[in-house]
Design a protein around this ligand. Structure first.
Ligand code: SAH
Ligand code: SF4
Length: 385
């Protein structure tokens, strides 16, 4: 199969161009065509020499992911389901806000961590995505949105690796993908606007700090090891003290001076005042080492799915929990749930191909708009259309 140019960061593309006997700067031109202009056809790349275009046509391609479906929520959130082959699919969600556009990107088909409250975790692990498959989600979303909004300006201003999968269990593919997102010749995101979310794969938190320090979110969900063991099985391998030590170390390299702790609010499980108090104590131990505020809390209302057997904390409980943390000096926000009418909210991403039928039913029930019902047929390569 031809080489997929979405698999390369600029360094990789430069090496590839050199292997074709081309000068290094050709790689930058090519990279800009692909990522800044959304080009998939070499013939469109008018300032590349014809001889290079011909070489590329025989050896390479820009291969996006076929779109299985695209749904638009009543609140403007868009969810794409991409085909990654062998019956697997991954989801990508665009969340527009007044001052930014955030893309939530998947790193794996399924997830091996198996958190109790996560639909992806319940599905089990299928496989890691390649760099090109991670990048293709942004490539498609950015250029699709530009086209539909009739703009040449950047639409995706923030990327969060909070879709399906544990990004730090797919490190080798993740880092070049992050580099493409950061590159000024591609998407030019700042490190502060690119967030990796992890359930706490400690050794790779340390490696990320060295290799590509972007903003870090850590999925905490519990104030003690016994409870966290039962919610996030990875905690048995990397318990809280190791995780928080790793956060401390990460801060020395982070583009922001805080780590975001995500905390999914589960009724009667981790949402009581004593949990808040225990959390405050836990964080205080570490706070003494760092100067000032070193973490922020983001409380996520649990998005239920049938197999979990868990329930969402009610709004008053979430507010009371947030108040306790805030009063103790821990900056705490409550995440707005977006796109839940199309199952695009946190933890609802199952990438299930049955999703297509489910979504169609929902469309009738809730007037979800399908913009591209036949996008897969119209665009087999996933090129933004
Ligand atoms: N694997 C990484 C990133 C993907 S999950 C991680 O766990 O951090 C992204 C976020 O969604 C995590 O904070 C996760 O805990 C949260 N999440 C998972 N399932 C959820 C659910 N059902 N409701 C609300 N948040 C959920
Ligand atoms: Fe995997 Fe994150 Fe879901 Fe846990 S919450 S199962 S780590 S995707």
């Amino acid at each position: 199969m031809a080489v997929n140019l979405l698999d390369f960061d600029l360094e990789g593309l430069t090496a590839f161009c050199e292997s074709l006997g081309e000068k290094r700067f050709r790689a930058t031109q090519l990279f800009r065509w692909i990522h800044q202009r959304g080009a998939a056809e070499f013939d469109a790349m008018s300032d590349l020499a014809k001889s290079l275009r011909e070489k590329l046509k025989t050896q390479a391609e820009v291969r996006g992911l076929p779109v299985l479906s695209q749904h638009v929520s009543a609140d403007g959130t868009i969810k794409w389901l991409f085909d990654v082959g062998d019956g697997n699919a991954v989801e990508t969600v665009f969340i527009p806000e007044d001052d930014r556009g955030t893309l939530c990107v998947s790193s794996q088909a399924g997830c091996a961590v198996g958190c109790r409250f996560c639909s992806t975790g319940h599905q089990g692990f299928s496989r890691n995505l390649g760099t090109g498959e991670i990048v293709a989600q942004l490539w498609h979303a950015e250029h699709f949105l530009r086209k539909h909004l009739g703009t040449t300006e950047r639409v995706v201003t923030n990327v969060v690796m909070m879709g399906m999968g544990e990004p730090l269990q797919n490190y080798a593919a993740l880092v070049p993908a992050l580099r493409v997102m950061l590159d000024d010749h591609a998407y030019g995101l700042s490190r502060r606007r690119l967030t990796v979310s992890t359930s706490g794969v400690v050794p790779f938190m340390d490696r990320l700090a060295q290799d590509c320090p972007v903003a870090l979110a850590v999925s905490l969900h519990a104030p003690n090891d016994a409870l966290r063991d039962s919610l996030v099985p990875l905690n048995r391998k990397y318990p809280l003290h190791e995780l928080l030590d790793a956060c401390d170390r990460y801060l020395a390299h982070a583009p922001r001076d805080f780590i975001t702790f995500e905390y999914c609010m589960l009724a009667g499980v981790n949402d009581q005042p004593e949990h808040a108090r225990e959390l405050i104590e836990l964080v205080r131990l570490y706070r003494s080492k760092a100067s000032g505020v070193w973490c922020k809390f983001n409380l996520i209302p649990f998005n239920p799915f049938p197999a979990s057997g868990l329930h969402r904390s009610d709004a008053a409980t979430v507010q009371a929990f947030a108040r306790l943390l805030n009063e103790a000096g821990l900056v705490t926000t409550v995440r707005k749930t977006r796109g839940d009418d199309i199952d695009a909210a946190c933890g609802q991403l199952a990438g299930d191909v049955r999703d297509r039928t489910r979504a169609a039913e929902r469309m009738q029930q809730r007037r979800t708009v399908v913009l591209h019902p036949v996008a897969a047929a119209a665009s087999p390569t996933g090129a933004p259309t």
